[in-house]
Design a binder for this molecule. Sequence first.
Ligand code: ADP
Length: 425
Amino acid sequence: MIDKCKLASDRISYNGELTSASVSNILLNFDDLDVTRIIVTDSFCNVVYDSEVDGARKWQYALFPEIVTALEGNDVFYWNYHDSAMRSSAATPIFAYGKLLGCVYMMDYDTAQGTLISTLQNSILAITLVLQLILVVFSFVFSSTYSRRLRKIMSSIGVVREGDYSHKLQISGNDELNALSNEFNDLIQRLQTSENIRSQFVSDASHELNTPLASIKLLSDSILQNNMDPETINEFVGDIGKEADRLNRMSEKLLSLTRLDNLTPSDKPVTNIVPIIERTVRILSENARKNQIEVDMNLKADCWIAIPEDDMAQIIFNLVENGIKYNKKHGRLSIDLDIMDNSAVIKIADTGIGIPEESIHHIFERFYRVDKARSRLTGGSGLGLSIVKGLVEQNNGTIQANSVTGQGTIFTLRFPLYPQREETE
Ligand code: ADP
């Protein structure tokens, strides 16, 4: 548009005359101007030519900003879009021989371009709306999926808080929530392990404490129920004292949980197991008498092995007690101690109900009981043999069970002899 203005301005300037007739003559000879309105003014804004109105009605002054700017010697162009139409205007000064004659102003009102712009505007609006809609739908889907997964985590926390450590949290995906769920499952796994250890400790502790308590009860019952000579009473009272001491040591042992793990073989006290076996059998003799079980003992004079006294007492007590508990009326129980191949071999054999073949491999498992009804009647918990096996292995021994259903069971224990003692014997 500026170019068109300049072209007209050049022609007028070339003509050198700025009259209504000469200007309209020049401008009418342009076929390619193609603008809505042309105004030519002199240097004082007086309208010399206006393409829209005839000479009689033409304005005297045209004080458009474009004209004022052009009369200051500048080329000027404005455009704006309004009411679905594009309005553009331009003005350039007319100079003749270096002197400002006036200016040419052109204005074009283009509805075709306006329509194009408004179509473009509508399309952009529609695209923006669609994009916004997609954004809203996407955020809704994303936030609801995210909050569903968060709810899942919250409900898992609730389940675990109720104490169900076997619960597993399953979160799909490969993001932070998935990493969080893996961490959560790891944590639960650890909690479950420590809970298992805790409950194992509680049941083992109560079972271990139960043994000396039962001994004290049996010994005191024996003293009360039998007409004993003072010497035997003295012996039994002495045993009660020893059991009380054992109870005391056990509670100390339970307080320092790691004691057994920390003991190296050389730390372990060397014990003559013969008097321990004799004392334990004596404690249980009242039990045997009540169940009409005959108890035989065939022990070597002395037998030294590296084992804490309490562990040995606990092992023998459990095995002999079982031999009485799972025996038949008028049955027999024999306890033999022999030395073979540098080992102390203890055999505890009963003529009781025996253990079925399919159960023999399970009896050392925690809480395993062959006949649950009978075990419950005799107060069994299924823990005794698992504790026995644990203690035997901690003291470098082995335990083996052989049984024939209906005929009886033999438990064979083997412990390495304590070398120095064996040499000095
Ligand atoms: P409990 O406290 O039930 O006696 P144990 O761990 O000492 O637990 O024994 C496990 C199971 O092994 C018992 O329930 C019993 O069925 C079986 N058992 C153990 N010793 C004998 C035995 N001498 N004769 C027959 N069955 C036995």
